[in-house]
Design a protein around this ligand. Structure first.
Ligand SMILES: NC(=O)c1ccc[n+]([C@@H]2O[C@H](COP(=O)([O-])OP(=O)(O)OC[C@H]3O[C@@H](n4cnc5c(N)ncnc54)[C@H](OP(=O)(O)O)[C@@H]3O)[C@@H](O)[C@H]2O)c1
Length: 337
């Protein structure tokens, strides 16, 4: 297949390009080259999508499929204007942040309300922490569906993406923390739900979708698991036997530990019940449509080897070891009285 990746210089786009090359596809990546380089074997076309005409020269290149990872509405609009009439299939990597409701576990694409599209004066670029991130993705989903039609478009609402080259401090925090050993602060309850998708698995599914002309709207995430299962999977991938101390959510919140990501946060932890659906979506539609999930220890090994080989590229967020030790000390003082 002749495939155009709009992106391809970092994390998911790069994993997708690498896999597509490995599978023998003819791969072109269009980006500025600011975030990184495309994998060996992929053709790189340097473009700045701020320029409405940037992709015009690719219209006659005979692409069968396009995959776009953009967060920016104008970039999607320009790309569709240039290419929609010339390609057979369009995949857009969206996000579960398009949903307006994250409290209910087990929801699927059909029964979760969506955010409103971004206001007309908002375009991006917007990161996941930006208030219009989800709204921009809603707007882009609409553009793709309108321009390509339902039958030629694949809208993939990714959950948390993990694995090698992860630019965030989320999953890598747990790999680093369990590798370091000692008493590990585990947030909430062992039964709390956690959900994510391996970057290579998501890339594999995007390629499968393009190859088989899969159409429709799906969540792109693996099955939810308990946090205890996640810890066990990370431990198995690293070959360690961690000493976990489970600390109540309310205790963590009262000690100003933050949720999800960033400084003083325990990554992949969200407060319950208000965010119980964020990492507990129904993955069955994606699994039935070809998403294949590898064992968690494999994801952990890939993440750990990348972290070891590229220490400077790994973001050092999450709970600082001194803060973790202090919170554990206070927790034991209360619990062991
Ligand atoms: N990470 C997660 O956990 C998560 C969760 C849910 C959904 N998602 C979605 O998954 C996707 C992840 O994609 P990704 O990992 O490939 O990273 P990304 O951050 O979305 O990559 C953006 C790509 O667009 C290119 N780009 C940005 N500005 C450009 C411009 N002006 N002109 C041309 N190209 C431009 C960048 O390359 P250059 O900078 O080199 O130009 C880069 O390759 C995103 O759609 C994200 O919203 C992520």
């Amino acid at each position: 297949m002749r495939i155009l990746i709009l992106g391809g210089t970092q994390f998911l786009g790069r994993a997708l390009a690498r896999l597509a090359v490995a599978q023998g596809h003819d791969v072109t990546c269009a980006a500025r080259g600011v975030s990184g380089v495309v994998p060996a074997g992929a053709r790189f076309v340097r473009v700045d999508r701020d320029d409405p005409a940037a992709l015009g020269s690719l219209a006659g290149a005979g692409f069968e499929a396009v995959v776009d990872v953009t967060r920016q509405i104008s970039h999607a609009r320009y790309a569709l204007a240039a290419l929609a009439d010339h390609v057979g299939h369009w995949s857009f990597v969206s996000t579960i942040s398009v949903y307006a409701e994250h409290a209910t576990p087990g929801r699927s694409t059909a029964n979760t309300p969506l955010l409103a599209p971004a206001p007309s004066d908002v375009d991006g670029p917007v990161g996941p922490e930006h208030r219009w991130y989800g709204g921009c993705k809603v707007s882009i989903e609409r553009l793709v569906r309108e321009r390509m039609g339902v039958d030629r478009s694949f809208l993939c609402r990714a959950g948390l993406i993990v694995g090698a080259e992860d630019p965030s401090d989320r999953f890598p925090y747990w790999v680093r923390r369990l590798s370091a050993g000692g008493e590990v602060l585990a947030p909430g309850k062992p039964t709390d739900r956690v959900q994510f998708v391996d970057v290579e698995d998501l890339a594999g599914w995007l390629l499968h979708a393009a190859d088989t002309r899969l159409s429709g709207t799906y969540d792109g995430t693996g099955p939810a698991m308990s946090r205890a299962e996640m810890m066990a999977g990370v431990a198995a991938g690293l070959g360690v036997d961690p000493r976990l101390t489970w600390v109540d959510q309310d205790f963590l919140l009262s000690h100003e530990v933050r949720e999800w990501s960033g400084e003083r946060a325990l990554p992949l932890w969200v407060s319950l019940p208000e965010s119980a659906g964020l990492m507990d979506r129904d993955a069955s539609e994606a699994l039935a449509a070809g998403l294949v999930i590898r064992p968690l220890p494999d994801t952990v090994r890939a993440t750990a080897s990348w972290m070891a080989a590229h220490p400077a590229a790994v973001r050092q967020g999450g709970l600082d070891p001194a803060d973790e030790a202090e919170i554990l000390r206070k927790w034991h003082a209360v619990r062991d009285r």
